[in-house]
Design a protein around this ligand. Structure first.
Ligand SMILES: *Cc1c(COP(=O)(O)O)cnc(C)c1O
Length: 359
């Protein structure tokens, strides 16, 4: 059987490991940028009532038409821009790669960056090029990027704004220069839009090759799997051809519609998370041996004392707090941990476990 596998499974797939998700049972979960706040009980019962009426014996609305007006309003999307919906923004990355893949075609991003750009490029048989960020502050190395655009002629460029796992916002003018210099599409990935004031949504239409991607995951609906791509119709109608029919299931459609009618609740929660991010940053910066990086997202990347990240991560876990160990995933992330901003109580528990682990 091994021979058959080696013969038929493509080498780049055999070389991958499946996306790993840590077991968080019994732990304070600060590893995956989830919103920590549950819904009020009254809202939950109203939602359950709606769900009970969904005809699950029928296929969902293939276009999720009922959602579109409220999504457009929530994003402030211009009337001449179109929306493509995905089962999480991961599925949108996949649709983009499927439509653009071909012999020699390149996906370009920055490293350290969001791991799914590299993985999905590989799934689709595209070559991934990662241009290193600057070592001191994770800002863009514009010269290196412009040179890579010239040399690699990428079909697709992904840039997360703010970036994951570093949390910083790239310089807006540098991004504009990249959009103007790129021979193919540039997708600005605004997964962390709820936690920053910066956005390229308002600049759609200004460039022929600009698209903006968002998700509801980080805002508080990670379990629903719902992402979206915004941009000119002429591009999105091409990607719509590789979208699997009914990719947004009926329960997600009704739940997103319901959540959008209660948007102020999510806005209140994300405002709270932004305030708590500033408290957490200040508290981390005050701990001897830590070097946290400023963040515009709902997590903070911090450097820990040399060669101790793995031990600190394990110690925190034993104390009941799960964070993300990034040390070992990229040379620029040596000694780094990523902490999701939780509730004030969770953040206190995180700080306490971190302090004890450092002692
Ligand atoms: C979390 C994340 C996503 C994926 O979001 P889903 O909609 O949950 O698939 C996309 N891009 C970045 C930068 C992220 O951090």
């Amino acid at each position: 059987m091994q021979q058959l596998i080696e013969h038929w499974i493509r080498p780049e797939i055999r070389g991958l490991s499946a996306y790993q998700v840590a077991d968080a049972r019994g732990l304070i979960k600060l590893d995956a940028m989830e919103n920590p706040y549950p819904w009020p009980a009254a809202l939950k019962s109203e939602w359950a009532e709606l769900l009970s009426q969904v005809p699950v014996n029928r296929y969902p609305d293939p276009q999720a038409s009922a959602l579109r007006p409220s999504l457009r309003a929530a994003m402030g999307l211009a009337p001449d821009m179109e929306l493509l919906l995905g089962n999480g923004s991961d599925e949108i990355i996949q649709m983009l790669c499927l439509a653009l893949a071909g012999p020699g075609r390149v996906v370009l991003s920055v490293d350290p960056g969001f791991v799914m750009y590299r993985m999905i490029a590989s799934f689709c048989g595209m070559r991934y090029v990662g241009v290193p960020l600057k070592a001191d502050d994770f800002s863009l190395d514009l010269q290196a990027l412009l040179q890579a655009l010239e040399q690699e002629q990428p079909a697709l460029v992904f840039l997360a704004y703010p970036n994951n796992p570093t949390g910083n916002l790239f310089d807006q003018q540098a991004l504009v220069e990249i959009i103007q210099a790129a021979p193919g599409l540039v997708v600005i990935d605004e997964a962390y839009a709820p936690f920053t004031d910066a956005s390229f949504i308002g600049r759609l239409g200004e460039f022929d090759n600009l698209l903006v991607m968002r998700t509801l995951s980080k805002m508080g609906l990670a379990g629903l799997r719902f992402g979206l791509l915004a941009g000119p119709r002429v591009w999105l109608e091409q990607f719509d051809k590789v979208r699997l029919p009914y990719n947004i299931n009926s329960l997600t459609q009704i739940s997103v519609d319901f959540a959008l009618r209660h948007l102020p609740l999510f806005e209140q929660q994300t405002r709270q998370i932004r305030r708590d991010r500033e408290d957490l940053y200040r508290d981390l910066a005050a701990i001897d041996g830590l070097h946290p990086y400023p963040s515009d997202a709902n997590f903070i990347l911090t450097r820990t004392p040399e060669d101790r990240a793995a031990a600190i991560f394990e110690s925190m876990k034993r104390q009941g707090v799960l964070v993300k160990k990034l040390d070992g995933s990229h040379p620029l992330l040596k000694d780094c941990l990523r902490l999701t901003v939780g509730t004030p109580e969770e953040n206190q528990a995180c700080l306490k476990a971190l302090t004890a682990a450092l002692a």
